[in-house]
Design a protein around this ligand. Structure first.
Ligand code: GUN
Length: 294
């Protein structure tokens, strides 16, 4: 038992946003104001908070932003039409449709409709391919990019490390695996998921353990090798009558019991969450730069 290093995503995100602010000023002086459109379909309370934070951060940096809130019963065709209009809008460099959309929406088709040059989420097949190919002109999904930045800035080497990712989503698990296995990072990567046999044993192999499953406090102390680095991507709302909101936020990791074992760990909130927004702003700057140099 020792005191782990707490990877402070809030502070690092603030530093990344400072860099973004300087670059925004430089672009604006060239007559290019970075523009981000965020589309929310429906009323999911967590999604509403995320979208509001994204739009607020745009304002803080001096971006042009558009928040488009659509009713839960919006049709596929109506949403496609919104995406097409944003593709054609020269003031918009980045387009993000908040996930998950309502069940009747075919999310895959919506993602494919986004101009890949404006796909700042990095979800379009063209950007997924660029991630596989390690082509830096593509957009790296924001949450895994933020996790990598947290590791890098803490000086944690991934070289030759055994990394285990719990979760195989297109938003986090799969792109995180690609980043960790890339020639820049050189980790040995295992992607585990709900059907994996003996998940605790797989996790115990990890020098770097990334939890991205969306199940509150699933990762227990006996899943973690002493000295491991633990990245907790989960942001779960659990009922808590003692809070004014009626809930508290907790990660996918049982922080109280796991933290004393780790060499480093991300807290929830204040770990990966703020990094996601900072990397979204970086991606939007990349889009503005790339689109205006075409
Ligand atoms: N929902 C949770 N994370 C994300 C994200 O990074 N992008 C989008 N579009 N939706 C999300």
């Amino acid at each position: 038992m020792s005191t782990p290093r707490i990877l402070d995503g809030k502070a690092l995100a603030a530093a990344v946003l400072d860099e973004c602010r300087a670059e925004t000023d430089a672009l604006t002086n060239q007559g290019i104001t970075p523009g981000l459109a965020v589309v929310l379909v429906g009323e999911d309370p967590a999604s509403k908070v995320y979208v509001a934070n994204k739009v607020r951060t745009c304002g803080e940096l001096g971006f042009h932003s558009r928040k488009i809130e659509l009713k839960a019963k919006t049709t596929q065709e109506e949403l496609l039409q919104v995406v097409r209009e944003l593709n054609a809008d020269s003031a918009i460099h980045g387009i993000l449709v908040q996930s998950p959309p309502p069940k009747h929406i075919d999310e895959e088709a919506i993602i494919r409709a986004i101009d890949p040059r404006k796909d700042v989420d990095g979800f379009h097949p063209e950007n997924v391919a660029k991630l596989v190919l390690e082509d830096p002109s593509g957009f790296v999904p924001c949450t895994p990019a933020g996790c990598m930045k947290l590791l890098e800035s803490a000086g944690i080497s991934t070289n030759g490390a055994e990394a285990v990712i719990i979760g195989r989503s297109m938003i986090v698990g799969k792109p995180m695996a690609l980043l960790l296995v890339s020639k820049k990072s050189n980790a040995t990567v295992t992607i585990a998921h709900s059907r994996s046999k003996d998940l605790p044993a797989i996790c115990r192999r990890a020098d770097i353990l990334v939890a991205a499953v969306g199940r509150p406090e699933m990762v227990k102390a006996d899943w973690v090798k002493p000295g491991a680095v633990v990245i907790d991507v989960g942001i779960n709302r659990v009922e808590d009558a003692s809070k004014k909101s009626g809930y508290r936020l907790t990660g996918d990791v049982a922080y109280q019991e796991v933290a004393p074992l780790c060499s480093a760990i991300t807290p929830v909130p204040g770990g990966v969450g703020p990094m996601t927004i900072a990397m979204l702003m970086k991606n939007t700057l990349q889009a503005a730069r790339q689109l205006s140099s075409m």
